[in-house]
Design a protein around this ligand. Sequence first.
Ligand code: DON
Length: 307
Amino acid sequence: MTDLQAVLDSIHTELQPRIGEGKVADYIPELAKIDPAQFGLSVVTVDGKVYSVGDAAVPFSIQSISKVFMLTLALGKVGEGLWKRVGREPSGNAFNSIVQLEQEAGIPRNPFINAGAIAVADVVLAGHEPREAIGEVLRFVRYLADDETVTIDDKVARSETQTGYRNFALANFMRAYKNIDHPVEHVLGVYFHQCALSMSCEQLARAGLFLAARGANPMTGHSVVSPKRARRINALMLTCGHYDGSGDFAYHVGLPGKSGVGGGIFAVAPGIASIAVWSPGLNRVGNSQLGAVALEMLAGRTGWSVF
Ligand code: DON
């Protein structure tokens, strides 16, 4: 049996001289203020043990990682009907790209690129006021994490509302194709607030544990989704979770994973553990530089690659 705490400690020690590498996201002004010299890593195993190193208890902006929870919520609401609104193929383009939307009649390639996540937010909105939908999202994530202290950082949400020109463009474009039902401001209200969820590595790994454990959280006993749905969400994370860096992530790490521009990465070792890593400095394709390195080390040392 691998001594997981020793593995985490060794990764932390070896990465120590590199902490601060990469460039923090600056297109959302509130994120540009984050100190890049932070690193946290948590692993929660399906038997309920928690292993952590570094800044694993420090909350950070989970950004696009929220798209996994939103996809789970939307599938719960409309089931497989969701796939009329959004595809299941990797885009091969940047997360905020608009180019395929016109070529493909306003149907985003997958639920993890921004356009796809905005369509998913429209589904979650489901005729409600944005504040009600945002409340539902927050309650759902607190339930998954079994932690009432999870919050949404309103400053981050406001910062992005003021500067999210590309997301407004994507949403308006899809509305023109009738793939957005609600007013664009309402849909983006939900989207910007889900992205502004503030969670620590420990909270995130707990919240995602159901994806490692056939759809049920073994720590709480909550059954979240069916085993089949958990498998399918993992398949989408593997193929699309890192945008145009998904192939590279699968090659180096070999686990379903979802990144966020706050520097977090959530990953799943099916049947074994859920993992959250955070280091704010990003690499060329906008994923956490040290986060990806740490996950490659973890997968290499534990043999957890799905391949
Ligand atoms: O919409 C955006 O641009 C951000 N709220 C989220 C982007 C993101 O996290 C991309 N992930 N690597």
